[in-house]
Design a protein around this ligand. Sequence first.
Ligand code: ARG
Ligand code: GLU
Length: 761
Amino acid sequence: MKREAILAGLLVAVACGGGSGARGPTTGAAPEPAGTIDAAVAVEAPVDPHLAARRLYENPGGMWMPQQMTLPGHATAFEQLGVKLDPKTLADPLAAPLGAIVRLRGCSASFVSPDGLVVTNHHCVQRALQLNSTPDRNLVEHGFLARTRAEEPSAGPAERLYVAQAFTDVTAAVTGGLGDIADPVARKDEAERRIKQQLAACEKDRPGIRCNVAGYLRGGLYVLIEEVELRDVRLVYVPARAVGNYGGEVDNWRWPRHTGDFAFFRAYVGPDGKPADHATDNVPYQPRHFLKVSDQGVRPSDFVMIAGFPGRTTRTKTALEVKHDVEWFYPYFIGLAQQQYAIVEAHLKTPGETGIKAGVLKQGVQNRLEKISGVLKGLTSGDLLDRKAALDRRVTEWAAAPGRERHRAAIARLEQLNVEEQRTARADFDRQTAFTESLLLASAIQLTRWAEERERPDAERKAGFQERDRAPAIASNRQLTKQYDATLDRAMLRLALVRALALPPAERTWLAQLLGVRATARIDEALIDRTLDGWYRTSKLADEKLRLELLEKGTRKSLAASRDPFLRAAQRVWKVYKDEERRADARAGESMLVSPIYADAMREVLGGLLAPDANSTLRITYGTVKAFTPTASPFTSGSQILAKDTGKEPFDAPAALLAALRDRSFGPYAGPDGELPVNFLSDLDTTGGNSGSAVLDDRGQLVGLNFDSTIEGVASDVVFDGAIVRKIHVDVRYMLWVMDRIDGADHLIEEMGLRPRLEAP
Ligand code: ARG
Ligand code: GLU
């Protein structure tokens, strides 16, 4: 309120950027009495002429590729928002600040010290906590703090950190002349062969380098991304579960929020500076860039941006594709997820491993279920579908103009392909669900594939089954051992098979083959139950040693001779599996000629300002700190934790934290209102995969971490709506306060170039 009054009263030119503004630098540990600081500073506070523009700003959306930051639209937007930073600074992914952004599997992270300290979300380090827990040291519950580097344990043999070091446009090499290949399967194979060639050349004689060809704009652009793969990742500091996952599933996707969703890893390399497996004489990795951590945080309406690795969005789909998703795919998927949820829920109280693993599964199923339900609700309750249709119409109208016959024909062909695909969508979905939902069956199919591919020269093998894929396959098999539970696995497979019973028999001939009964046999639930009972009783495939041996040495012959029921089932459906794969390949081979043209037309219609759909590659989004309504605060506070806490999970903050909140010993971490900021909202454009992403201010300093979307806006994965979209970030001041005041992680605060100011209990 005060700031608005100032704004109304004064019209002075800005002295400095929006980053610090009305709040003076804080010194000393004594908590400032609320109110006085604002009043004192107000007299000389520089007024920010861009504040009004930022308040009015509505993010048009866009997960921009760094190279797209040179588009003139961004310079205009930055100017309007009063951002001093030149957007071109963000065009080079290898320079500061983007060079500090790193990828974890499924999450985003960033370097925050010259010694390879990495910050990400609490929910992104759960595997590492599980792995390091023992019956009398439950790290998942209590968190972890290494007092010295020697105390930093391995985060696990499968943990990886990827640091990008080169990006090359390989579109011409991948797609050139593909249109001359008449057979769609041959065309798809040729594209795949070229990609494999790129990868092989990129990784040849370069251990520690992992390459990846990413497709953008529905296949209109391919980029070869070269990353250093750091394999020695260690656990450094994780707050307690009751801080890091405060609110748990009750608050998931929801605001107001009070979650300290942050954690620290450290990357290590061999003494020679090269990526190495975990070893005691390894040394901390020295990143080329690391982020400067702000201890000031942000204020309402401040400019913020996020750099990270969003996983998947579908904004360049046609209206017809989206319509099918809304009318069929989302509801169907929700139906399956609800049944899966009921299964895990029913097993939560099962004694022993099953109950524990059901708990882990539940979190994933519930998260997915809520997300998809939110997407469907968002698409069907507002005008998003109309907006989608309107954009699609502009695209087709654009393509209808004279001289654009190629576009027009391609779009017509794409829609034809879509209609064909939709015809078998349900049967395809049910079959794929049946083949993938059981870890044992999926593993049996995967082993069959390895045996077959291993007989071929490496370059000719299917992508995903080459030498370069062996280590990841071994790691995921080890992972499987930890996840597997016979009761839950059987229940999930049973569900998938029973669901498939509802298909017309002609569309599920694979089911009889899978179960090993005659094609004409009557299949019912009792038969499925009897068969699965036998399989789970006699199969040995849960044994990791056996699976790894088959992975390395299995042959088509040895698998064909196996007595294991899952391997036998996999052999029986192998032909269907491959036939269906060919059908999908043919579709992909057709689509690759036409779908890029749709994205191209969409970009034309949008005047060049089209960000490609998310594909787990580095992207930037920018906007402002913003609540749902202009009068609400975009911040939550420590005091609200006191009001919200029930002492019962998930609202059971640690006693020391509650006491410190009651004391109001916030030190320099208090906001201008004297409260401790905990989480804040923005209108940034993110999706799954952006967890752990650095939230940066207009100087490129870290002011928070992204960790969630609000459910109201998740339909933005399909149609972006800046008026509804809100993202939830943990405030850097809360992170620092917890480290400083609660957990005594002083050495890490110092490592990040800041000074601890408070006494931990
Ligand atoms: N909903 C968030 C993201 O998808 C956070 C998930 C982890 N946290 C949780 N309480 N389940 O994707
Ligand atoms: N929670 C999501 C994740 O795990 C990210 C939140 C978002 O930005 O949508 O990746």
